[in-house]
Design a binder for this molecule. Structure first.
Ligand code: ADP
Ligand code: PLP
Ligand code: ZN
Length: 297
């Protein structure tokens, strides 16, 4: 698309380090988007550190920002992007935001990263799960769960590629025409599964991208992935495969750079040395070189 995109990105902000909006805004700007961040929380650092301090926005405070924008006719967006959401009232307000934005632009694309947990562990309050499942997923244009989140949303456990493809079909049935399971841990490599339902009559186009697993635990990668998928999907609306290949390419370049700096650090390795090297990887974010190709099912 030649028309430039404008993204409302509602995510966490950390003063130092790169998760939430800190890992989504800059890459989207590099890809040519106007990005308007709403910081759902402002923390000193991400929650993988021993301690953190900061403030949390509630649903009413979110809505007041939306009202401020509306009063000045500033609610035209091509995309809404949401990530980690900590409270029920905030998630309920997100639903109102989607409706409000779609009343201004009926073509608004909602990219939802249903952040709920990872590796079998829930990191939100359990009462948010049914709200995601019943109310949020149906409004999403693109959904980017990890393996555990896809299991929570479908109620099916995923042990194979076939299970993952089935889960994607189930999620299409609930609403989103694009689904990307961003990581599947079923063999020695990491798998990304994509599924695009182009029309209700045909089966979805499904593919996988296999990439080597890097032996380190990064934070903010899911947020970066969702942002990159949004960005490249706007440029390639008819090929989720191409968008995913480009997103994976940028992400792997960022992780390689991060690991290079981590390994070069002379000090005792700490969490902070694994903060994503986004600024240092800006060339690879703008011009990714695809190494891992999508395989169609
Ligand atoms: P989340 O943080 O939401 O669980 P994922 O773990 O699915 O997100 O990570 C998103 C993307 O980040 C994956 O698709 C993959 O490209 C990349 N990634 C994350 N961790 C690793 C890793 N250890 N090795 C290789 N790629 C990784
Ligand atoms: N937001 C905050 C405030 C966090 O502390 C974290 C992880 O610690 C995240 C978001 C999520 O990061 P990820 O993209 O790895 O799921
Ligand atoms: Zn995630």
């Amino acid at each position: 698309s030649s028309e430039s995109g404008r993204v409302l990105s509602i995510q966490s902000h950390t003063v130092q380090g790169y998760v939430g909006n800190k890992s989504a805004v800059f890459p989207l700007q590099l890809l040519g988007f106007d990005v308007d961040p709403i910081n759902s929380v402002q923390f000193s650092n991400h929650t993988g550190y021993p301690t953190w301090k900061g403030q949390v926005l509630d649903g009413e405070q979110l809505w007041s920002l939306i009202e401020g924008l509306e009063a000045n006719n500033l609610l035209f967006y091509t995309h809404l992007l949401t990530g980690y959401i900590g409270s029920l009232s905030f998630l309920e307000t997100i639903l109102e935001v989607v409706h409000k934005l779609r009343s201004v632009n009926p073509n608004l694309l909602y990219v939802c990263d249903p952040v709920m947990g990872d590796e079998g562990k829930l990191y939100i309050k359990p009462e948010l799960v049914p709200l995601y499942k019943d109310k949020v997923v149906p409004l999403a244009s693109m959904l980017t769960p990890n393996q555990f989140e896809a299991e929570l949303l479908t109620g099916c456990s995923i042990h194979s590629e076939a299970d993952a493809l089935e889960a994607c079909k189930k999620l299409h049935g609930a609403g989103p025409s694009k689904v990307v399971i961003t990581s599947l841990d079923i063999n020695s490599d990491l798998l990304l599964i994509g599924s695009h339902l182009e029309n209700e009559e045909d089966a979805p186009k499904q593919f996988l991208i296999s990439m080597p697993k890097i032996p380190a635990y990064f934070t903010g990668t899911g947020d970066l992935m969702a942002a990159l998928l949004l960005g490249w999907s706007y440029k390639y609306p008819n090929s989720l495969e191409t968008a995913a290949e480009l997103a994976v390419a940028s992400l792997q370049a960022v992780l390689e750079r991060t690991l290079l700096d981590y390994n070069a650090a002379k000090v005792q390795p700490e969490v902070k040395q694994l903060e994503l090297r986004l600024i240092q990887s800006q060339e690879q974010i703008k011009h990714p070189i695809v190494e891992f190709h999508a395989k169609r099912f």
